[in-house]
Design a protein around this ligand. Sequence first.
Ligand SMILES: NC(=O)c1ccc[n+]([C@@H]2O[C@H](COP(=O)([O-])OP(=O)(O)OC[C@H]3O[C@@H](n4cnc5c(N)ncnc54)[C@H](O)[C@@H]3O)[C@@H](O)[C@H]2O)c1
Length: 268
Amino acid sequence: MDANLGRVVVTGAGGRIALTVRAGLRAEADSLVLVDQAPVTDADDNETVVEADTADLDALVKAFDGADAVVHLAALSDEAPLADLLDTNVQGTCNVLEAARRTSVPRVVLASSNRVTGGYPIHHHVFCDEPPRPDGFYGVSKVAVEALGQMYADTFGLQVVALRFGSFEEEPAETRHLATWLSPRDCVGYVRSALTAPNVNFLAVYAVSANARRFWDISVAETELGYKPVDDAARYASRFPDDDPFWHGGPQGGEYATPEALLPYLPE
Ligand SMILES: NC(=O)c1ccc[n+]([C@@H]2O[C@H](COP(=O)([O-])OP(=O)(O)OC[C@H]3O[C@@H](n4cnc5c(N)ncnc54)[C@H](O)[C@@H]3O)[C@@H](O)[C@H]2O)c1
């Protein structure tokens, strides 16, 4: 399936998800603009590297000039002190949305996370429009990321899709991934659809593979973005014990949602 993506900015372009997304979409784009605070050394022919921090609004405005869309992946991608998450994830996302507004880039795809709802119990099937229930400060920062996207969509008419990525891995690596896995192929599929779906105002949807054991709704992504995931972690189920305590109950965030995981990050 070939979409015509035009000129697309990818922030966090040196990160894990970006490497897969770039490889999957580069042939469908006129050019990719790779924004990262760290050096990106593997740029392809139609990729331009811009070394910039998302804290630098002026640099973002320059990088976004003439772009058709932004895929904003740059972030602290795991638990961290709230102050750092507010800087990088929340203020950084605000700067990205503001730079898109100033340069009239019509569409922004935001990297949200399944951990905005990681506090729901595993036996609860979560729909995209249920109240947030973050499993840590990282999840809280992604709730704010989505809220910023909604605000820029409502107030300034930006088209925003927040993808609540599941666990992005080549293959499931732990029991929880039987529910939460996002395969590389489905990751590219969700991002492509988020860039090309018509009639978008604001959407926040789970981006997870078609795992039989998933606990998130994917019907809205299918209806509104037109993407139906193809992979299922069940194929790897024999690698993990059937009676893993994870399935007995507890939060969807699993280990992430425990007091022990958060204790190092509580305010001093
Ligand atoms: N990997 C997953 O399973 C997963 C799951 C849910 C959500 N996400 C989200 O998806 C996005 C990408 O995840 P990933 O796993 O590829 O992350 P990653 O940590 O591999 O990559 C993040 C990239 O962002 C860059 N970056 C960080 N702060 C920056 C800043 N201030 N300015 C510019 N660049 C900055 C880093 O240099 C890095 O290259 C993140 O927003 C993450 O929170 C990832």
